[in-house]
Design a protein around this ligand. Structure first.
Ligand code: DOR
Ligand code: ZN
Length: 345
C-alpha cells in the first residue's frame, strides 16, 4: 500500500479569496497548499477593470503570511458592457490571465453578470483571437428551470452553441457537477477543459438534505444525484488532461450559512489536497493525482509548471468543527471528520 505521495507543487484553478479582514483570514489556507491560484472576481463591487484588478492583487499580496511565495492569478469579471480593448490591454499587461462569465443572478456576486451571451460576443471574439481563456459559471438562471437541471440546460442552450461558434476560444467549464458536463467536456476539442471541486467528488445532494437541512453542504452549482458524483470521480481520475484541480473554496461566515437564507459556498481551502487525494486513493488512481493537481492546469493556461514538490502521507488528520479566519468563524468542508491523508509540512 502506498504510504506517501510526492507531486510537483500544485495550483488551485478556482478560488474565492474575498477582501479586507476576511481575505487576510482565508488566504493563508490556500497559500499553504498551492503555489498559485486563479482568483475569482465576484467581489462587491466586482472586478471589472484593469485598475480594480491590479489594486485587488496588491491587497492579496499584502495579506499573505510573511515569507509566502504564493502567486495570485487574477481574473476579470465580464459584464454586458465590458470593453474588448480593455480586456486585450489587461491580458497583454498581465493584469489578468482570464475572464469570468457569470450569467446574471446565477450565484453569489453575479448581479452584474452577463444577461445574454450576445452582449459579450465582441469580447469573446477578441479573447479567442488573443488566446485568453474564458472561465464559465455554467448554469442558466431561468425561473422555470429546476435548480438541479440548470447546468445541463446551460450546456444545451448556451455552452454548446458558443463552443461551436467560437471553436478556438479556450473555455474552462468551472466546477462541473453533472455527467452531462463531463460528457460535453470529453466530446469537445482540446480548447475546452473543466475544473472539479472536492465537494462534488465527495458528496451528492443527500448530504444537504437527508436528516435535516445542512447548509455547509450547499454551494452553487448545487451537488447533484449520486450518478453524477460517480461520473465526476471517473472524469477526474481518468487521466484525461482536460480536468484540473479547482476547489471553488468559497468562505462565508458560519452565521451567514446557518440562516433562513444561507449563502452558497463551501470553504474547502484548509484541507483541499487531503480531500482530493482521498478520492484518487479510493479510485485506485494515485498515479494520476499529479496530473490533475499540478500539470493539466498550467498546460491549459500556457503557464510554466511549478518548481518544487509537496508530499502527502497516509495518516489521520482531524478537521476542526470551525476555523477562525482572522476573527470570522467559518465551518470548513469535512468539519468534524477524520481524513486519511495529511500534507507533510
Ligand atoms: O457556491 C458558490 N459560492 N458558488 C459560486 O459560484 C460563488 C461562490 C461564492 O462566491 O460564494
Ligand atoms: Zn466559484
Amino acid at each position: 500500500m502506498t504510504t506517501q505521495i510526492t507531486i510537483r507543487r500544485p495550483d488551485d484553478w478556482h478560488v474565492h479569496l474575498r477582501d479586507g479582514a476576511l481575505l487576510k483570514g482565508v488566504v493563508p489556507f490556500t497559500a499553504r497548499q498551492f503555489a498559485r491560484a486563479i482568483v475569482m472576481p465576484n467581489l462587491s463591487p466586482p472586478m471589472t477593470d484593469i485598475a480594480g484588478v491590479n489594486a485587488y492583487r496588491e491587497r492579496i499580496i499584502a495579506a499573505l503570511p510573511e515569507g509566502s511565495d504564493f502567486t495570485p492569478l487574477m481574473t476579470l469579471y465580464l459584464t454586458d458592457s465590458t470593453d474588448a480593448d480593455e480586456v486585450e490591454r489587461g491580458f497583454a499587461q498581465g493584469a489578468f490571465v482570464a475572464a469570468k462569465l457569470y450569467p446574471a443572478h446565477a450565484t453569489t456576486g453575479s448581479a452584474h453578470g452577463v444577461t445574454a451571451i450576445a452582449n459579450v460576443m465582441p469580447v469573446l471574439e477578441r479573447m479567442q483571437t488573443i488566446g485568453m481563456p474564458l472561465l464559465i459559471h455554467g448554469e442558466v438562471t431561468d425561473a422555470d428551470v429546476d435548480i438541479f437541471d440548470r447546468e445541463a440546460v446551460f450546456i444545451e442552450r448556451t455552452l454548446a452553441p458558443l463552443v461551436h461558434q467560437l471553436s478556438d476560444l479556450k473555455v474552462v467549464f468551472e466546477h462541473i457537477t453533472t455527467e452531462e458536463a463531463a460528457a460535453f467536456v470529453e466530446s469537445a476539442g482540446p480548447q475546452v477543459a473543466a475544473t472539479i471541486t472536492p465537494q462534488h467528488l465527495h458528496i451528492n445532494r443527500n448530504a444537504m438534505l437527508v436528516g435535516g437541512i445542512r447548509p455547509h453542504a450547499y454551494c452553487l452549482p448545487v451537488a447533484k444525484r449520486e450518478k453524477h458524483r460517480l461520473a465526476l470521480r471517473k472524469a477526474a481520475t481518468s487521466g484525461s488532461t482536460k480536468y484540473f484541480l479547482g476547489t471553488d473554496t468559497a468562505p462565508h461566515a458560519q452565521h451567514l450559512k446557518e440562516a433562513s437564507c444561507g449563502c452558497a459556498g463551501i470553504f474547502n481551502a484548509p484541507f483541499a489536497l487531503e480531500s482530493y487525494v482521498q478520492v484518487f486513493d479510493d479510485e485506485g488512481a494515485l498515479d494520476r493525482f499529479e496530473a490533475f493537481a499540478s500539470l493539466n492546469g498550467p498546460r491549459f493556461y500556457g503557464l510554466p509548471l511549478n518548481e518544487g514538490t509537496v508530499t502527502l502521507e497516509r495518516g489521520p488528520v482531524n478537521v476542526p468543527a470551525v476555523v477562525d479566519a482572522n476573527g470570522t468563524a467559518i465551518v470548513p468542508f469535512h468539519a468534524g471528520e477524520t481524513l486519511g491523508w495529511r500534507l507533510v509540512a
